[in-house]
Write a protein that binds this ligand. Structure first.
Ligand SMILES: [Zn+2]
Length: 165
């Protein structure tokens, strides 16, 4: 993880930016901000996109720039790095808990196999409502491409599952 002791005021501001799709998570919770550095008078924010093609990414950049501008950081550049690729493991545990309370089943750690995005390989998805693991996938694409739609076979609630990568 990055050295958060540098530019703590910037990290604090970034911590207040919510995920555009999941308001209970901040962009720091997602782990997409890799580094904050300064070169001369330019602030450089390094981010790693989540799911490629996730429409939220442009939103992240806009939100970061406008949040910093509001706080008088005018000279900001966003640098995107793809290596190492983002994984749901970068979401911190406390945020995973909030995700479940919000009604989205958090990614099941240790199942980072691209195959699970397209198969029913994830067996232990837990219902965020009643915590039953007796769930089944309805659609690999839920409200967004980053989520799959599941249904709980016990309480019969449909819910989103945040896919693991
Ligand atoms: Zn349930």
């Amino acid at each position: 993880m990055s050295d958060t002791k540098k530019h703590p005021e910037i990290w604090n501001l970034l911590a207040t930016i919510p995920d555009p799709e999941i308001p209970v998570l901040s962009i720091l919770d997602l782990g997409i901000v890799r580094d904050v550095t300064q070169e001369e008078d330019e602030l450089i924010i390094t981010i790693t996109p989540t799911y490629s093609g996730c429409p939220a990414m442009n939103q992240f950049e806009d939100d970061i720039l406008s949040k910093l501008k509001e706080n008088n950081y005018q000279n900001v550049q966003i640098k995107t790095v793809y290596d190492p690729p983002w994984t749901t493991d970068w979401i911190n545990d406390e945020a995973l808990k909030r995700l479940e309370e919000y009604g989205i089943a958090p990614p099941v750690k240790g199942t980072q196999d691209k195959g699970v995005l397209f198969s029913e390989g994830v067996k232990q998805v837990r219902c965020p409502v009643c915590k039953s693991t007796n769930t089944s996938v309805i659609s690999q694409f839920g409200s967004t491409a980053c989520k799959a739609l599941y249904k709980c076979n016990d309480c019969l609630e449909p819910f989103d599952y945040f896919k693991c990568i």
